[in-house]
Design a protein around this ligand. Structure first.
Ligand code: WTA
Length: 669
C-alpha cells in the first residue's frame, strides 16, 4: 500500500506551460490571496463586465462569529452584473462567437451535436423571453428536472439572464423528493424532458414530474407552467425503436412543449443587471436532520470563484477540450459543467449517457473522439471501471489527456494509481478536488503544474481559502494532526444562506465552532502540510458521491407499520465508496421476512431515489443502546463490517445485544 511518503511530481512538460508552475509560485500567489484578498480577487473581477462598478474600498465584508452577531458574507456588494452576459455576450464580443461551447454526446453513439457560443447566446435569449412571457420575474424560482442535454444548460442560463433563481433537482430523485423541493422553493415554473435513455434504461421524466406536481397541488402549491423538451423522439433508442412525443401526457393550460414555443421567440433579450449579492441559484443538499437544505449562491462572488478555480485547477488553455462527467443536477455540474467552463470561454463535452453503454469503454471512446485534454470524474466511476480488463483502456490512444480530476469523496489510493497509470499513462496530473455544494467551488486541491501529488490527499487550499483543524474542544491543531475541517474566512463563492432559513444556516455551519465555517468533514494534516480528508464526522454518508443522511433513511424505514425502530449506518463498499446498512426492529406484530426487506428497499427508492437503495437490511430484535437510550452507532458500524473489535461496551444497557447482532448478520452481508 502506498503511504503518504509516495509523492508524484507534476510532469515537467505540463508544469512548464502551466499558469502556476511551481510550489513556490503557488505559495506566493496563495499568500497574496490571504494577505490582500481584495487586491487578489479585485484583479480577477476586473476581467468581467460590471454594469455598476465595484467599490474597491468595500470589496468584501463578513462575520463568521455567531457570538458577535448574524453570520454574513458579502463580496463586491453594490456592484451590478449579469452572469449570463459575462459567460456569453462577453465571450462573443471577445471573438469567441464561433467557438464551440459544447459538444453534446448522446447516450447512443449515433447521437451528437455541437453548439457555438453565438448560437448558445441566441438559444438562451429565446428561452429567457419565453420565461418572461410566462410571467417569470427576477427572484422567481424555476425548478429544473432534466437529463444531460443542451436545453438544460440553456434553461439555467436563461434564468440567470432575467434574474430568476434556478433550482435543479438531479433527475434520479423520486417524485416525492422532487415534490418536497418544489414546495420548499415554491417554484412557479418547471422545465423537464419527456424522458431520456441512460444506457438501456428509459427514464420517464415527465411522468415523474406529473406525480411531483400532483403532490404539490395536494399541498396547495400549483406549478403554473411546465415546459417539456421532446427529447426521446430525436434520439436513437437502444432497441432502435422510434418514440413519438404524442405519447407524452400533457396537461392543457399548464404543459407546453419546448419546440412549440421556443423557436419563434426573439433571439435577443436584454440582461437583468443583478447586484453582486443577489441570488443566482439554489441547490438542495441532504441535511443531517433529514429535511434537505436549499443552499443559496449569489451572483458576483460565485462567478469570480467558479471562473478562477476552473482556470487554475484544470489549467485550461484556449484550444483545450474539457470534459466533466458530473450530472448538472449536482453542484459539480453547476460549477464545472456550466459556469466555470463558460466563464473561461472553454469548449466542453456534455455527455448524456453512462460509462457502460454501449460498452464499458465509452468514456475512453469519447475522450479520443473529442481529444479531451481535461477529464473530471468521480472515484465511484473509476472504481466501477477498474473492474474490467485493462485492455478496455489501453486499446485507446488517450494521448490528448493532460489533467485528470476526481471529486465527490476521498479517492482510495488503489483507484488513484489505476487512474494515474492506466488512464493518465503517468504523464497526467491528478487533481483530487475537495469541496461541497456549500463551498460553490474547489477549496482543497493540488494545482496540476505546481503541487506534487500524494494519492488520496486533496493536498492544499485553493487561493483565498484558509483551512483550520480543530479538536473537539475547538482548539486549533497546528502542524500534524487530525480534527474537524473548518474554514476561518470566506472565499467568494461560499454559500450565503439556506433558502428561507437563515437560522438553520447559522446552526448547521457556524454554531459548533464560533468563528468558523464547519464543513462536517474530518481531515488530517501530514508533516508536509498536506490535507487528507477522512470523511464525514456527522451522520451523513456518501453513496457513489451522493450525500445523504442516515436520519432521512431511518425516517422512511420507520414509516412501515411493521417497523418500530431503525438505525442506519454506513458500510464501506468496493464501488460505491459507502453503502447503507440498516438495522430494523419490528413491532410486536411485525414479521421480519423477505417481503418486508423488499418493501423497505422499495420505500427508500420511492422516497429518495434509486441511488439510495440500502444494500443490507438486518433484523435487529434489539439495538445497542446506552442507559440513557442513545443508539451506539459506533458499534453498529462494527457489526456492519463484521469486526468484533468493538471496544468499550460497558456503557450499554444490555451488552448481550451485540453478540446477538453479530450472530444474526445476514448471509453475504
Ligand atoms: C465529500 C460535491 C474527500 C465530502 C462536490 C464533502 C470529498 C461532500 C471530496 C460534499 C474529495 C467531496 N475528497 N471527500 N475530493 N469531494 N467530498 O455537497 O464529504 O455533493 O463534504 O459536493 O463530499 O458533497 P457535495
Amino acid at each position: 500500500m502506498p503511504s503518504e511518503k509516495t509523492v508524484f511530481d507534476p510532469n515537467p512538460a505540463l508544469a512548464k506551460s502551466a499558469y502556476v508552475s511551481s510550489m513556490s509560485q503557488y505559495k506566493e500567489m496563495y499568500q497574496k490571496s490571504i494577505d490582500k484578498p481584495d487586491e487578489f480577487w479585485g484583479d480577477i473581477a476586473k476581467q468581467f463586465h460590471w454594469e455598476t462598478p465595484i467599490n474597491y474600498d468595500k470589496f468584501h465584508t463578513f462575520n463568521f462569529d455567531i457570538t458577535k452577531g448574524p453570520i454574513f458574507t458579502k463580496w463586491m456588494d453594490g456592484a451590478t452584473t449579469n452572469i449570463c452576459y459575462n459567460l456569453l455576450d462577453r465571450n462573443v464580443r471577445n471573438g469567441h462567437g464561433e467557438k464551440i461551447a459544447f459538444y453534446w454526446e448522446g447516450n447512443h453513439p449515433d447521437d451528437y451535436s455541437r453548439l457555438t457560443y453565438k448560437k448558445l447566446l441566441e438559444e438562451v435569449c429565446r428561452f429567457a423571453n419565453v420565461l418572461k412571457n410566462k410571467g417569470i420575474q427576477k427572484g422567481d424560482r424555476v425548478a429544473v428536472y432534466m437529463p444531460m442535454i443542451l436545453e438544460a444548460i440553456v434553461t439555467m442560463l436563461a434564468c440567470t439572464r432575467i434574474g430568476a433563481v434556478h433550482s435543479l433537482v438531479f433527475a434520479g430523485f423520486s417524485a416525492d423528493s422532487f415534490a418536497e423541493r418544489i414546495l420548499d422553493c415554491e417554484a412557479r415554473l418547471l422545465v423537464t424532458a419527456d424522458g431520456a435513455w441512460r444506457g438501456e434504461k428509459l427514464l420517464q421524466l415527465k411522468s415523474i414530474c406529473d406525480q411531483a406536481m400532483a403532490k404539490c397541488s395536494q399541498k396547495g402549491h400549483n406549478v403554473e407552467t411546465c415546459v417539456v423538451v421532446a427529447h426521446l423522439g430525436r434520439v436513437t433508442s437502444p432497441q432502435g425503436t422510434q418514440y413519438s412525443s404524442n405519447k407524452t401526457p400533457m396537461t392543457p393550460g399548464r404543459d407546453v412543449f419546448w419546440h412549440e414555443i421556443v423557436p419563434q421567440a426573439c433571439t435577443s433579450c436584454y440582461p437583468e443587471w443583478m447586484e453582486a449579492e443577489d441570488p443566482l441559484f439554489m441547490l438542495y443538499t441532504s441535511g443531517s436532520t433529514g429535511k434537505p437544505k436549499g443552499v443559496l449562491h449569489t451572483t458576483g462572488g460565485y462567478m469570480v470563484y467558479a471562473a478562477t478555480t476552473f482556470k487554475y485547477v484544470f489549467d485550461y488553455k484556449q484550444n483545450d477540450v474539457y470534459w466533466c462527467t458530473a450530472d448538472i443536477g449536482w453542484i459539480t455540474g453547476h460549477t464545472y459543467v456550466v459556469y466555470g467552463p463558460l466563464a473561461n470561454a472553454a469548449t466542453s463535452v456534455l455527455y448524456e449517457g453512462t460509462p457502460f453503454y454501449p460498452h464499458n469503454d465509452r468514456f475512453w471512446t469519447v475522450v479520443d473522439k473529442y481529444k479531451v485534454n481535461q477529464f473530471y470524474t468521480a472515484p465511484t466511476a473509476i472504481r466501477s471501471l477498474m473492474k474490467f480488463d485493462d485492455e478496455l483502456v489501453t486499446k485507446h490512444n488517450l494521448s490528448s489527456l493532460k489533467v485528470l480530476g476526481s471529486v465527490g469523496e476521498p479517492i482510495n489510493p488503489e483507484a488513484w494509481h489505476w487512474y494515474y497509470k492506466l488512464v493518465g499513462k503517468e504523464r497526467c496530473s491528478i487533481v483530487d478536488t475537495f469541496w461541497q455544494t456549500e463551498t460553490g467551488g474547489h477549496v482543497l486541491t493540488p494545482l496540476p503544474g505546481a503541487i506534487p501529488m500524494k494519492p488520496g490527499s486533496a493536498a492544499v487550499p485553493f487561493f483565498g481559502v484558509q483551512p483550520v483543524l480543530l479538536d473537539e474542544s475547538g482548539k486549533e491543531i497546528k502542524g500534524e494532526g487530525e480534527g474537524y475541517l473548518v474554514f476561518s474566512r470566506p472565499w467568494p463563492s461560499l454559500m450565503r444562506t439556506l433558502f428561507n432559513n437563515h437560522d438553520r444556516y447559522e446552526t448547521t455551519y457556524f454554531t459548533k465552532f464560533p468563528g468558523y465555517y464547519c464543513t462536517g468533514d474530518g481531515a488530517r494534516r501530514d508533516a508536509d502540510g498536506y490535507l487528507w480528508v477522512t470523511g464525514r464526522v456527522d451522520d451523513m454518508l456518501n453513496v457513489s458521491g451522493h450525500l445523504m443522511s442516515t436520519a432521512e433513511v431511518e425516517a422512511i424505514l420507520t414509516e412501515n407499520p411493521a417497523v418500530s425502530e431503525a438505525a442506519v449506518v454506513s458500510k464501506p463498499h468496493p464501488v460505491k465508496g459507502e453503502c447503507l446498512y440498516c438495522f430494523v426492529t419490528t413491532t410486536e406484530n411485525g414479521v421480519f421476512d423477505e417481503i418486508l426487506i423488499k418493501q423497505l428497499k422499495q420505500a427508500v427508492r420511492e422516497k429518495i431515489g434509486p441511488f439510495a437503495q440500502p444494500d443490507v437490511i438486518q433484523n435487529a430484535p434489539a439495538l445497542p443502546k446506552t442507559r440513557s437510550g442513545k443508539i451506539m452507532r459506533r458499534i453498529l458500524r462494527k457489526i456492519a463490517v463484521n469486526d468484533r473489535d468493538v471496544g468499550d461496551i460497558s456503557t450499554l444497557a444490555d451488552s448481550s445485544v451485540v453478540d446477538q447482532l453479530f450472530a444474526s448478520r445476514p448471509q453475504g452481508a
